[in-house]
Design a protein around this ligand. Structure first.
Ligand SMILES: [Zn+2]
Length: 277
C-alpha cells in the first residue's frame, strides 16, 4: 500500500499571536492562512504522486497538538509534515529565511527527509538558508510515532517575506518543494502538474456545490476606487466576500488590480480557485 502522509497546517485560525504585524492599511495575515493554503496544495500534489494523505487539522476549528499527533499515530501514518511561517518579535524586523526542524539522528528518516525537503525548498525559492535544526523539543516531532518534520517557510514579521507568504505563487512553490522532498525521501517519482489546463475536473454545478471549493474564472484586470476597497482585490461569490492578493496599478486617479490565479480561502474556510481568462 502507498505511504500515508499526515499533513498539519500548523495552528488554529485564531491562535494568539500567530499573524503578521499590521500593514499600513490595518490589514494582516493569520499564520493559519499560509499554513492551510500550503497544506491543501501539498495534499493535492502528494495524491497526484500516489501517496495517501491525512489532514490532521482540516479546518479552522480547534485541533490541539495532542489531537493532531494522536490522529496521525492512530492512523499509522508513515510521515508527518507540519507547515508553519516564522516570526521573531511580532514587529516588522529583519529576520529572514527558511528553517527546517527534524529529529536528529544519523540514520533516521526524520533527518533524512527533512534535509531533502530543506534542499528542495532552498532550490525552488529564493530564500535565505537558516539550516536544518534539532526539533526534538517540538511537540509534533517529539510525540509522533512516525518520522516528523516541521518547516518554517519564512518570517511573517519581515515585510518582504510577509508579502511572499500571502502570495498564492509562493504558497504553491512551498507545497511543490515539500512534496519533492517527501517523494525523494520515499523513493517515489515526483509527478508534475499536467500541462494541459483542460484536464482538471469540470467545476461543480452550482446546485451540487459543497464546502470543498469552487473555481471562479475572472478577467485579469479589475478596476475600482481604492478607498472603497481598502487597497485589496475583493471577489464576491455566493454572498461571501473574500479578498485576494493582487498587483495594484494606478490608472487615471483610480486603481486597477491584477487578479492572480490561485487558491484562496474564504472566511468560512471554503477555498476558491481563481483562474484568469
Ligand atoms: Zn507556526
Amino acid at each position: 500500500m502507498s505511504k500515508l502522509i499526515a499533513i498539519d497546517a500548523g495552528h488554529e485560525y485564531n491562535t494568539a499571536g500567530k499573524r503578521t504585524p499590521k500593514f499600513d492599511n490595518g490589514d494582516f495575515m493569520h499564520e493559519w492562512e499560509f499554513n492551510y493554503a500550503v497544506a491543501i496544495e501539498l495534499e493535492k500534489i502528494l495524491k497526484r504522486c500516489g501517496f495517501r494523505t491525512l489532514n490532521v487539522n482540516p479546518d479552522k476549528s480547534e485541533t490541539s497538538l495532542a489531537q493532531r499527533v494522536s490522529k496521525a499515530n492512530t492512523a499509522g501514518a508513515d510521515f508527518y509534515i507540519s507547515i508553519h511561517a516564522n516570526a521573531l518579535t511580532g514587529k516588522w524586523g529583519n529576520a529572514k529565511g527558511i528553517e527546517t526542524f527534524v529529529w536528529p539522528s544519523k540514520n533516521g528518516s526524520s533527518e533524512k527527509i527533512g534535509r531533502l525537503i530543506h534542499k528542495h525548498l532552498m532550490t525552488g525559492t529564493n530564500m535565505v538558508d537558516r539550516g536544518v535544526k534539532d526539533g526534538s523539543w517540538l511537540y509534533v516531532i517529539k510525540h509522533t510515532k512516525m518520522p516528523s518534520v516541521l518547516v518554517e517557510c519564512g518570517f511573517m514579521d519581515n515585510l518582504r517575506e510577509a508579502k511572499l507568504l500571502m502570495s498564492s505563487s509562493y504558497r504553491q512553490e512551498c507545497a511543490v518543494e515539500i512534496a519533492k522532498g517527501i517523494c525523494e525521501g520515499f523513493g517515489v517519482k515526483y509527478v508534475s502538474e499536467p500541462v494541459n489546463k483542460e484536464t482538471p475536473k469540470p467545476a461543480p454545478s452550482p446546485k451540487k456545490e459543497s464546502n470543498k471549493g469552487v473555481k471562479i474564472i475572472c478577467s485579469a484586470l479589475w478596476t475600482y476606487n481604492s478607498k472603497d476597497w481598502n487597497d485589496k482585490a475583493v471577489i464576491v461569490h455566493k454572498d461571501e466576500v473574500f479578498t485576494i492578493i493582487s498587483d495594484k496599478i494606478k490608472v487615471d486617479g483610480g486603481y486597477m488590480y491584477q487578479i492572480k490565479s490561485g487558491l484562496y480561502i474564504t472566511a468560512s474556510s471554503k477555498y476558491v480557485q481563481v483562474v484568469n481568462l
